[in-house]
Design a protein around this ligand. Sequence first.
Ligand code: CA
Length: 234
Amino acid sequence: MAKEKILIIEDEKDIVKMLDYNLRKEGFRALLANNGEDGLDMMRKEHPDLILLDLMLPEMDGLEVCKAVKNGTETAHIPIIILTAKAQETDKIVGLELGADDYVTKPFSPKELIARIKAVLRRVKEKEKLPEVFKIGDMVIYFSKIMVAIKDKPIELTSKEFELLKILIKAKGRVLSRDYLLDTIWGFNQALEIQTRTVDVHITTLRKKLKNESKRIVTVKNYGYRFELDLDEN
Ligand code: CA
């Protein structure tokens, strides 16, 4: 399994150094940004599993960053742990109201923070866990068996097609960009034209195989795809 990526948005060099060291020691991949703008850029590019966010940042402050993450359709699910100073009690509450998942007060021990990170990641995974069997319309997906059936007939999917279907279902109707799909399924960091087409090609073959249920995979022009859960109501 790939290392989980933790994005640190913090301007205090000593704290960044300490976090970087401790996260790597625990087997995480640490991404570093020392201001809000860079942090958001990095988040959009790297899709971290969790963000450690200092509230007192130069220029764009931590609460603004928090709002930007939680307002993005593709990023709202990324958990945030706020790093605050004692004097920022009210900001901490605002941060939690804006959707942050937890907070630690400076000074904190690395051990305590790592425990919080693990707890938040565990909670998120639990929430995102898919049922063993997912039924929608004429389609049944057996996640553990990596199998799909339509009207009780098994459908042959390649592993990439299956992963694509799974990640779209997991997003619960959220739009996923081609870049995100490329990065998550194929591990391509830079979306070159030819690689972007890989996603489209796989979507096309997946749709063909899903027959009548293919209409659930909706194209969002010049951006990406989403999975429609609510066709049955029509
Ligand atoms: Ca700071």
